[in-house]
Design a protein around this ligand. Structure first.
Ligand code: PLP
Length: 384
């Protein structure tokens, strides 16, 4: 069947401890494990009001949208959600995609082309990387959050037709925040657009939970605010908020918008409720940030090495891939679910346990988690 090379590659992966396996979270939860790995930062994905809104929309409008936005899939619900997102993000307009992944590949590949140059942080999300590849623009990777390197690279490329600087707002594997004030200054000095992927910042950062640009007071100076509704918003789907010219252009050119079935009514209704609850219930993100700070302090006091930051994504660096897997396995045996993140997702030698907190965690959950980390850390001799 000519499958030998596939089998061989899978074997090599297995030997390196890099095989990816699916886990059934329903079973893990049933066993009583506490999740420290969810993107459901504000606990909205199980919220009763969210469920009721989704259920009502399904009963009224059906389970599927039945077409792409430009054919038979568009509705008042979709357009109202776009308006809601635009106003939440402080932008003129917004466009929905079926996922954050599709928002990134569609937007970057529509806006940038062969004679253009994209400047991309070395730790940007895979969907940004794929968007850059699809665009066929020259993509120049700058060192992670290194603003001297970014400026140097812009200086070296004055001839590009159009320039785009693209960055995660909060980096998904490290939990640190992009240095947006400096990025915006450099972009303005060299005539580049700025695009921020706020998948992990929306609902978490900013006085209204609008994300990284709001956190730094830079909403008007970030051209493209991209995000997903699958994390703190508790639903599904991606979006870009920007000036209406950008949005009109994307509606006409972004292939992952044009050739994709529109999001279904239940998803749209849940997303809309999620954005409303983020704005109405600031206590969720206040609790989240406070707990993240306490938990970080606790881990550091125990002697763990963390990637510095203030967000609910907490990277506990273990180093070796197999040891990270072992650590994670022992956490799970103790009743705590937090996955090991290994290469190629993160650089070699920086395998880690990625802990994420949510507003649904209680004080006793955090105490329990610290206790598990302490015991296993001592047994495996990571901490004194
Ligand atoms: C999760 C994520 C995405 C993709 O969003 P989906 O809606 O899951 O497709 C894009 N960028 C970043 C930084 C993410 O963390």
């Amino acid at each position: 069947m000519m499958l030998d090379h596939l089998i061989q590659e899978l074997d090599v992966r297995e030997q390196k401890g890099l095989t990816r396996r699916l886990r059934r979270m329903d079973e893990i939860k049933e066993k009583g494990a506490i999740l420290f790995s969810s993107n459901n930062y504000l606990g909205l994905a199980e919220d009763a009001e969210m469920k009721a809104c989704a259920a009502e929309a399904i009963l009224r409008f059906g389970t599927g949208s039945t077409g792409s936005r430009l054919t038979t899939g568009n509705s008042t619900l979709h357009e109202e959600l776009e308006q809601q997102l635009a106003s939440f993000k402080g932008k003129e307009a917004a466009i929905l995609f079926s996922s954050g992944y599709l928002a990134n590949i569609g937007t970057i590949s529509a806006l940038m082309g062969k004679d253009d140059v994209i400047f991309s942080d070395s730790l940007n999300h895979a969907s940004i990387i794929d968007g850059c590849r699809l665009s066929r623009a020259e993509t120049i990777i700058y060192k992670h959050v290194d603003m001297e390197d970014l400026e140097k690279k812009l200086k070296e490329n004055p001839a590009a037709r159009h320039k785009l600087i693209v960055t995660d707002g909060v980096f998904s594997m490290d939990g640190n925040i992009a240095p947006l004030p400096r990025i915006v200054e450099i972009a303005e000095a060299y005539g580049a657009w700025v695009m921020v992927d706020d998948a992990h910042a929306t609902g978490v950062l900013g006085s209204n939970g609008a994300g990284t640009a709001e956190h730094f007071g830079l909403t008007n100076r970030v051209h493209l605010c991209m995000g997903t509704m699958s994390k703190s918003i508790g639903a599904e789907g991606g979006y870009v908020a920007a000036d209406h010219v950008f949005i009109e252009y994307l509606r006409n050119n972004a292939r992952s918008f044009i050739f994709q079935t529109a999001l279904s009514p239940g998803v749209i209704a849940a997303a809309s409720a999620g954005i409303r609850l983020i704005q109405q219930q600031p206590w969720r993100r206040e609790k989240l940030i406070e707990q993240a700070s306490l938990f970080r302090q606790g881990l550091k006091k125990l002697g763990f090495e963390l990637v510095e930051g203030t967000t609910p994504i907490i990277a506990v660096v273990i180093g070796d891939a197999q040891q990270a897997v072992d650590f994670s396995k022992r956490l799970e045996e103790a009743g705590l679910f937090a996955p090991a993140i290994r290469p190629p997702t993160v650089p070699i030698g920086t395998s880690r346990i990625r802990v994420t907190l949510t507003a649904s965690h209680q004080a006793q959950d955090l105490d329990f988690a610290l206790h598990c980390f302490e015991n296993i850390g001592k047994e495996m001799r990571f901490i004194p």
